[in-house]
Design a protein around this ligand. Structure first.
Ligand code: C2O
Ligand code: CU
Length: 482
């Protein structure tokens, strides 16, 4: 009996010691280099010889510095009260006094220059160009690619707009709070030619629990002549998926996450689900009858030629499926390509400590932040990633600086148009195979765009071998990207 008690006692001491050690190991110092944590994962590829403390600094991976800019903007970050269409006031953080911030439109090929001025956002601000594959130093991640810009200071971003499509910009300093409170806007790169008469970006965002579309918390109604060709750029700036419905017309899905789909065909009565941070572009020709573009299950949206006419009550029941839409087209690589590296990114949820706090934590490949993997790649690598969601929450996974070609979902190959994503909605239990070409050297965040989840540790990095950062989390700028 006494022996058993003794054994239990020893077991208890060992258990408590182990828990104490886990707690101790989880605590983050006040300031650190993101590359000093995590286990380097080489995806089965060769281990690069260039060590991580030698080589090129992200500060040198800038966009063009001296050429004249084609499109110049200045954005002032400030704390402001904004007024929704209903008159409701929100204590917001804004660019230029409005949220969404000014819609920035440039032409493909433009050299873009944006001067960020922080008037009075106390925690500091940066601008990340979500979905735009900019050079690393222009990526706007506090503590990784720059220091957060404190009140009274400025920072100049410069990059060539090489893609075409719908993107957005947002602060990447304390982003879980600053984006939610309004520091974001649409960023559109237009092609040289457009066949559309009306081209509108519509950002869905929830302010203090109120659903809005471009800060309108009701239906915005517009009169538009039948025959007008309309392109709508739908953005979800929230962390959870938003569903849009289109009623009263057939429509085409032109693009996903800023990349055109090949030969889209008309659909009708489909709901469009957009991942947190994702974008969907649609087009239609205005018919004689009214058209409603609505946020599903809300009284928020855009009503065309609808005055006095009630919106059809029944919402469309079919979900648009990007995995089998449009027509096949050649891609620079495919599922059968020879990959240089193959990574697993498995999201789980386990009890443990995050920075000393106990609870159920997000895990990546079984590890809790900051002990998550770092995917190490070399320039030119063709990279395969299997993303598995072993939790019961949805995670919109966003890789900076690259676009992912979706190869399969739950083992079923993507048919139809090539599907490129930068923010992939990975639902509970789902598994995706994706691929990308490592053609943009730097240190890139790869995180859940439910920014609350990212702040709770669902964050990791893709690192090019030999790239280092002079910036640190914390530090005097109090950098805190999540
Ligand atoms: Cu939209 Cu890491 O960002
Ligand atoms: Cu998540």
């Amino acid at each position: 009996m006494r022996a058993l008690g003794g054994a239990l006692g020893v077991g208890l001491v060992i258990l408590l010691g182990w828990i104490g050690w886990l707690w101790h190991e989880s605590r983050l110092p006040d300031t650190y280099d993101v590359m000093d944590y995590g286990s380097h994962d080489y995806g089965g590829g060769p281990i690069p010889t260039s060590g991580h403390h030698s080589g090129i600094s992200v500060a040198n991976l800038r966009g063009p510095r001296s050429e004249a800019a084609d499109a110049k903007f200045r954005l002032t970050a400030q704390a402001t009260t904004i007024r929704l269409a209903s008159g409701r006031e929100i204590e917001a953080l804004t660019f230029d006094g409005v949220s969404p911030g000014p819609e920035l439109r440039v032409q493909q090929g433009d050299l873009v220059e944006v001067t960020l001025l922080n008037e009075d956002v106390s925690q500091g601000v940066t601008i990340h160009w979500h979905g735009v594959d900019v050079p690393n130093a222009e990526d706007g991640v506090a503590g990784v690619t720059q220091n957060a810009v404190p009140p009274g200071q400025r920072y100049v971003y410069r990059f060539r707009a090489e893609q075409v499509g719908t993107f957005w910009y947002h602060s990447h300093q304390v982003s879980s709070k600053e984006v939610r409170r309004g520091l974001f806007g649409a960023f559109v790169i237009e092609p040289a030619q457009s066949i559309y008469d009306l081209d509108l970006a519509l950002a869905a965002h929830t302010f203090d629990g109120v659903a809005t579309l471009n800060a309108n918390d009701g239906f915005q109604s517009r009169k538009i002549s039948p025959g007008t060709r309309v392109r709508l750029r739908l953005l979800n700036t929230d962390g959870t998926p938003r569903r849009f419905t289109v009623q009263g017309t057939q429509f085409l899905v032109l693009a996903l996450d800023g990349t055109d789909l090949n030969e889209p065909s008309p659909i009708e009565n489909d709901t469009l689900e957009i991942a947190g941070g994702g974008r969907v572009d649609i087009a239609f020709t205005v018919p004689r009858a009214p058209v409603w573009i609505s946020l599903a299950e809300t009284e928020v949206g855009l009503a065309l030629n609808a005055d006095g006419v009630k919106r059809p009550l029944a919402e469309p029941s079919d979900e648009f499926n990007p995995a089998g839409y449009g027509e096949r087209a050649a891609t620079p690589f495919e599922a059968s390509s020879r990959f240089d590296r193959r990574f697993e990114l498995t999201i789980g949820r386990w009890p443990g400590f995050l920075d000393g706090r106990p609870g159920l934590q997000w895990t990546i490949n079984g590890a809790i932040f900051p002990h998550v993997p770092v995917f190490v790649v070399e320039k030119g690598d063709l990279v395969h990633v299997t993303i598995t969601n072993d939790t019961d929450a949805v995670h919109p996974m966003h890789l900076h600086g690259h676009h992912l070609l979706v190869l399969s979902r739950d083992g079923v190959a993507v048919s139809g148009s090539p599907w490129w994503a930068d923010t992939l909605n990975v639902e509970a239990g789902e598994r995706f195979e994706v691929a990308f070409r490592a053609d943009n050297p730097g240190i890139w965040m790869d995180h859940c765009h439910n920014l609350r989840h990212a702040a709770d540790g669902l964050t990791m990095h893709v690192m090019y071998a030999g790239v280092t950062t002079p910036f640190r989390i914390g530090d005097t700028a109090r950098n805190e990207p999540e």
